[in-house]
Design a protein around this ligand. Structure first.
Ligand code: BES
Ligand code: ZN
Length: 464
């Protein structure tokens, strides 16, 4: 066993305890009451970086803090910037959790807690791997920088601003992102694409107060009826989004990508069965992997109006609102899509209600040019050494808002490798992260650092 592997083995318990400690902090970025906890989670990470002897900072922003850390620079050698997030999604509905979301629990080889997989557990693998590579005061032959944010789940506004003002500080050759998934329990993946997003909220207001639906029903516009009619009009029976010009910038799926997807070891039936879905439904003419990874989509994320308690209440609600998102593919422009959606909904609004549409946040999708990548070969080697088989190349349907911007502003390539699973219940009750994935993730990351170090050393030798 190599000294690094020995270090990982003898520290495995401690690493898990550290993760548990961090998971106990409810760093929910969306909930204002959690602001102090989000700060505490950032502080926790910065303290850990400091304990490793790294130069580190907790950077205050208008929103939640950023955590920055770096190993010593090595002139002429590559710089890898690790990006991740320490904020988490709200835990509700709480009653659906088998154990409380912020009391991490070990069960059946998994760690159950909000943020276990998305993204605290995954993020820490790189920190612990770097720690293992630097044990005993060893210097890395290249530089690792860490930029970790607390606003990923709410659109990354503060990091976006910080990035533009600190290009030099964050400069890197590669941005390493571990906030995604493998392609199955034993199948490592390199993700070469993410979808973008546009998040909006629409509120319809009708009568000045809730009304008796018998006394007034049929004679006034019910905002809930208006809202559901309008939302239903956004998508047709073939799964096509009806916002004007919505598809104008969507690049067609190439023949080779279509073939590549169809060769992936994907068991469609099993995949949908696990989530209680009998059959994939979506845009006609596309496979379910294409629908999830390479085609845009529209979803209602929250719908609020009227009486929600037990039994019935005969009421015409005065207000109805919906939170909804579009998932975008690369080349679609989030601001333009948001503007067109607003115009569309305003144009179909029935008489008798007023409308307010808010653009919450947006981000572009991205794809990596696999053939041009310098960091995929060392990553693929590290993955194969760890999981015993080469990675497959996948895209993801989820969004990591800052990723496209990081690579554009820093002119760095993006490397997305993750240790999560599709069924980790990210954003759902009973989120989990497998202890095996946590351990393998640390090992794979350490091997990646070793591979990058090796090629940095080779380059150095070639230059001298
Ligand atoms: N980790 C996810 C994104 C993800 C999911 C990547 C699955 C790859 C596979 C991330 O934390 C996330 O959930 N992002 C949000 C962003 C949004 C709130 C702006 C998302 O995709 O909903
Ligand atoms: Zn995440």
């Amino acid at each position: 066993m190599s000294p690094i592997e020995e270090y990982l083995q003898s520290n495995a318990r401690r690493f898990q305890e550290l993760l548990f400690e961090w998971l106990r902090i409810p760093s929910v970025s969306a909930i204002p009451e959690c602001k102090g906890d989000v700060h505490r989670a950032g502080q926790w990470l910065q303290d850990y970086f400091t304990s490793l002897g790294l130069t580190s900072e907790l950077i205050r922003t208008e929103g939640h803090p950023l955590v920055y850390a770096e190993t010593p620079p090595v002139s002429g050698a590559p710089v890898v910037l690790v990006y991740g997030h320490y904020d988490v999604q709200p835990a509700d509905p709480l009653e659906r959790w088998d154990t409380p979301p912020f009391e991490p629990t070990e069960r059946d080889g998994n760690i159950y807690a909000r943020g276990a997989s998305d993204d605290k557990g995954q993020l820490l693998t790189h920190v612990f791997a770097a720690e293992a590579c630097m044990q005993g005061g060893k210097r890395l032959p290249f530089q690792i920088k860490f930029i970790i944010e607390g606003e990923e789940e709410v659109g990354s506004a503060s990091l976006s601003k910080y990035l533009k003002e600190n290009r030099k500080k964050l400069a890197a050759n590669c941005v390493l992102v571990s906030d995604g998934c493998m392609f199955g329990p034993a199948q490592p993946a390199i993700t070469y694409g993410l979808r973008g997003i546009v998040a909006m909220e629409m509120t319809l207001r009708g009568p000045s107060r809730d009304l008796h639906s018998g006394v007034f029903g049929g004679a006034v516009m019910n905002p809930a009826v208006a809202l559901t009619r309008m939302l239903a009009a956004a998508i047709d029976e073939n799964g096509k989004i009806r916002i004007p010009d919505f598809y104008k910038d969507v690049l067609p799926i190439t023949e080779s990508e279509h073939t590549q997807f169809s060769m992936l070891p994907f068991n469609e039936e099993q995949f949908f069965e696990k989530i209680g879905v009998a059959k994939s439904v979506g845009e006609k003419g596309f496979t379910s992997l294409e629908r999830r990874w390479s085609r845009p989509s529209f979803d209602i994320n929250g719908l609020t109006s009227g009486y929600q308690g037990e039994g019935s209440k005969t009421v015409i609600p005065s207000v109805a609102s919906a939170k909804f998102t579009f998932r975008l593919v690369p080349n679609q422009n989030p601001a333009e899509i948001a503007a067109n959606a607003k115009t569309f909904f305003e144009s179909i609004k029935p008489e008798g209600v007023s409308i307010e549409i808010k653009y919450e946040h947006g981000a572009a999708g991205m794809v990596v040019d696999i053939d041009e990548s310098k960091f995929i070969p060392p990553a693929a080697a590290a993955l194969e050494q760890t999981f015993g088989r080469p990675p497959v190349f996948t895209r993801e349907g989820g969004s990591i808002p800052i990723v496209a911007e990081l690579s554009q502003v820093l002119k760095a390539e993006t490397l997305l490798i993750g240790w999560g699973q599709d069924d980790d219940n990210a954003h759902s009750p009973n989120e989990k992260f497998s202890i095996g994935a946590f351990r393998d993730g640390i090992l794979a990351s350490a091997r990646f650092w070793a591979e990058v170090g090796r090629s940095a050393a080779v380059n150095e030798r070639l230059r001298t």
